[in-house]
Design a protein around this ligand. Structure first.
Ligand code: PGA
Length: 255
C-alpha cells in the first residue's frame, strides 16, 4: 500500500453477471488506472471472477477481495481462505462491509478476519458505519464500539496494513446528492482518528488511512477528497461503469 497515493477502491459486489463483462470492465478499469500516478486503484471482483485476474495487478492497479474466511486451515464448505486469495495476487481484502454484517457477521468475526488478513501480509479494509443518525448522537458510541470490537486482538505492530473505510449505511447505494457532505465526512474522519489515538496512539491514528464510502460518484469525488479529510474512496455502483469510474479516478488523480 502506498501511503502517498490516494486509494480508490472499486467494490463490484455481485456484479457483473457474466465473466465476459467482468473481463471488459477489468481491462478498461486497469487501463485507466495504469495511466495515473497519484492514485492506487484497487479492484475487488466477486470471488467467482477473482481468479480470472490472478496476478494481473500492477503497482498502480491492485487486486482486492470483498471478504475472506478468518482462518487458513479449517473444514468450512463454501468459504475462501486468506491463503487462497493471497495466492491469486490479492493484496487488499474488504472486511466487515455492512452488507456482510447485515447477513450476520459480528464484530467478533470481523476482528478475526482483520487479524487473519494482516497476518497473511495483505491490507485489511475494515468497514465501519452507523445505520442511522439519531437525534441523541448515539451513533458516536456505536461507532466507537464497532471499531474497538472489530480491532480486538489486532496488535499494534500489525496495524501497518490497516485501512478504515467509514461507510454510513444510510448513504450507501443512492446518488451523489444523498451522500454524506464533505464537511460531515471530515468530522467523522477526525472522530475516527481520535478513536485510534485512544485505542493505540497518535502515530497509529496518523498512519492508518481513512476512506469514505457511500454513493461516491464522479460528481462528488473532488469535494469529498479535497474537503473530507480522507485518504481515498470506496466506490460501489459507480465502479461498474468503466467510463464513470474512469472519471472518478481521473478526478482523484488531478487533485
Ligand atoms: P455505493 O456502495 O457506492 O453504491 O454506495 C458503496 C459500498 O457499499 O461499498
Amino acid at each position: 500500500m502506498s501511503k502517498k497515493k490516494k486509494l480508490i477502491v472499486a467494490n463490484w459486489k455481485m456484479n457483473p453477471a457474466s465473466s465476459a463483462e467482468a473481463r471488459v470492465l477489468f481491462a478498461k478499469t486497469k487501463r485507466a488506472g495504469s495511466t495515473l500516478d497519484k492514485v492506487e486503484t484497487i479492484i475487488c471482483p466477486s470471488f467467482a471472477h477473482l481468479a480470472l485476474f490472478a496476478h494481473m495487478g500492477t503497482t498502480r492497479v491492485s487486486l482486492g477481495a470483498q471478504t475472506v474466511f478468518w482462518a487458513n486451515s479449517a473444514r468450512v464448505t463454501g468459504e475462501v481462505s486468506p491463503e487462497i486469495v493471497k495466492d491469486l495476487g490479492v493484496s487488499y481484502v474488504i472486511v466487515g462491509h455492512s452488507e456482510r454484517r447485515a447477513l450476520g457477521e459480528s464484530d467478533e468475526v470481523v476482528a478475526k478476519k482483520v487479524c487473519a488478513v494482516l497476518k497473511e501480509g495483505m491490507s485489511a479494509i475494515l468497514c465501519i458505519g452507523e445505520k442511522e443518525r439519531d437525534a441523541d448522537a448515539k451513533y458516536f458510541e456505536l461507532l466507537k464500539n464497532q471499531l474497538k470490537n472489530s480491532l480486538a486482538g489486532t496488535a499494534r505492530k500489525s496495524l501497518l496494513g490497516l485501512i478504515i473505510a467509514y461507510e454510513p449505511l444510510w448513504a450507501i447505494g443512492k446518488s451523489a446528492r444523498e451522500a454524506m457532505s464533505p464537511r460531515d465526512v471530515r468530522e467523522m474522519s477526525i472522530f475516527i482518528k481520535k478513536l485510534l489515538t485512544d485505542l493505540y496512539d497518535p502515530s497509529i491514528a496518523e498512519a492508518v488511512p481513512i476512506l469514505y464510502g457511500g454513493s461516491v460518484e464522479e460528481g462528488n469525488t473532488a469535494s469529498l477528497l479535497a474537503e473530507g479529510g480522507i485518504f481515498g474512496l470506496l466506490v460501489g455502483h459507480a465502479s461498474l461503469d468503466a467510463e464513470r469510474f474512469t472519471r472518478v479516478l481521473k478526478t482523484a488523480n488531478a487533485l
